[in-house]
Design a protein around this ligand. Structure first.
Ligand code: ACO
Length: 372
């Protein structure tokens, strides 16, 4: 058996592959900056629409720029009939991430500028996808529950309208705020697996929708975006069996299970986004009068700290927050998609502007050369 002797960086751990000006993750100072701004400040002060423009353009929008974008976003919320038809072809039993992936692909195939990857076309496509994805997510949650479609409302901002289209009623302002915070926190995180996937696809000069479709596939897995859904399954399992979080954890760790919503490849002393998202969860727990979820949250967090000294990541508070808002569990990762479209597309445009084909090497460890 041949085995070449190069040093292998399994999982690309610790490998720096390129520059980015979109965001800076600093595990030492436990901080995350979007275009230089701490994400906590953005979550406290800004709308998701403003943060999207910041990620795409590099600067926060002026009032006029924001007004112009809000008009574009509101005008592009409705799904084309062929996108709805494509979703309707999928079984209601399929995972909502499959629906998002299919919808992104169909929207791309239908696009008048499908093969145009100029900066102007890419920005336009990014903004239209941003506007359309809430309708995809809401449409799918409602169809799975046999509910009629709720059309978008142009008098509501992005987050209020997202909740309106999903639930058919206006959400309380504090719920809209918490949702807005979650969208901002999920928007961008440098070269994570799905963003890197989008950059790899873009590096071949493929179009933006191909890159986003691939990124959605990468986000689906439970080691990445799928963890917010998996956290809720853990909570439900603990609540339904009635065991204490510590006892549940001991059993899970004895079976060598990964505990979803804990750990991070980059942060080892805690995820910089968690305190802000946990504060949103606390507000939602008070709003919906569900202290039980908060108790469970703290119980499992303490048990995991004591057992492994591993801290929660963003998915840990986000999962129960979305549950309290009324989203069904399979919809949690699609909510991550709706948010991360901003970061993915900012990276796609950055990759396209300074492209080099991403093509790493491998070391061969197969059979030695042989002949027929
Ligand atoms: N549960 C149990 N043990 C864990 C966990 C966890 N969640 N995370 C890390 N560990 C342990 C590993 O078992 C390993 O222990 P060992 O050295 O004794 O074998 C050690 O910590 C290092 O773990 P790795 O998996 O090698 O670390 P890596 O950097 O590759 O993993 C990852 C990062 C994949 C996120 C991991 O922590 C994990 O699987 N977490 C659960 C999934 C999750 O929550 N993903 C969401 C990521 S954040 C996001 O998408 C917003």
């Amino acid at each position: 058996m041949a085995e070449e002797t190069q040093e292998i960086k399994k999982g690309l751990a610790g490998v720096v592959v390129d520059y980015t000006a979109v965001s800076k993750v600093n595990p030492e100072s436990n901080s995350l900056l979007y275009r230089g701004y701490p994400v906590q400040e953005l979550a406290a002060e800004k709308s998701f629409e403003e943060v999207a423009l910041l990620l795409w353009n590099g600067e926060l929008p002026s009032e006029a720029e924001l007004t112009e974008f809000e008009a574009l976003e509101r005008a592009n919320r409705a799904l084309d009939s062929n996108v709805k038809a494509a979703i309707d072809l999928l079984p209601t039993s399929c995972h909502p991430m499959d629906v998002c992936r299919t919808a992104a692909s169909v929207i791309g195939a239908n696009h008048a500028l499908a093969e145009d990857s100029s900066p102007e076309a890419n920005l336009r496509k990014a903004q239209e996808l941003f506007a359309a994805m809430p309708a995809v997510v809401a449409y799918d949650q409602r169809r799975r529950h046999g509910l009629a479609v709720v059309e978008a409302r142009e008098d509501l901002g992005y987050s209020a309208n997202f909740l309106w289209m999903t639930f058919g009623e206006e959400a309380a302002p504090e719920v809209v705020d918490a949702f807005n915070v979650s969208m901002i926190l999920y928007a961008e995180h440098s070269f994570n697996a799905s963003t890197f996937t989008a950059r790899v696809i873009t590096s071949t000069l493929a179009d933006l929708h191909s890159a986003v479709t691939g990124a959605i596939g990468a986000l689906k897995g439970p080691l990445h975006g799928g963890a917010n859904e998996a956290v809720m399954h853990t909570f439900e399992e603990i609540q339904s069996t009635g065991v204490a979080p510590q006892a549940w954890l001991e059993e899970a760790l004895a079976q060598k299970k990964k505990i979803m919503g804990f750990g991070h490849r980059v942060y080892k002393n805690g995820d910089s986004r968690v305190p802000t998202m946990k504060a949103a969860l606390e507000k939602m727990s008070a709003h919906y009068q569900r202290p039980d979820l908060l108790e469970l949250y703290s119980g499992l967090e303490s048990a995991m700290g004591a057992a492994k000294n591993i801290k929660p990541n963003l998915d840990y508070p986000a999962g129960p927050t979305y549950h309290l808002m009324g989203f069904d569990t399979p919809t949690f990762t699609p909510l991550f998609v709706a948010s991360r479209i901003t970061g993915w597309t900012a990276h796609i445009m950055e990759q396209a502007a300074s492209n080099s084909l991403i093509r790493p090497l491998s070391a061969y460890n197969g059979v030695d050369e042989r002949h027929l």
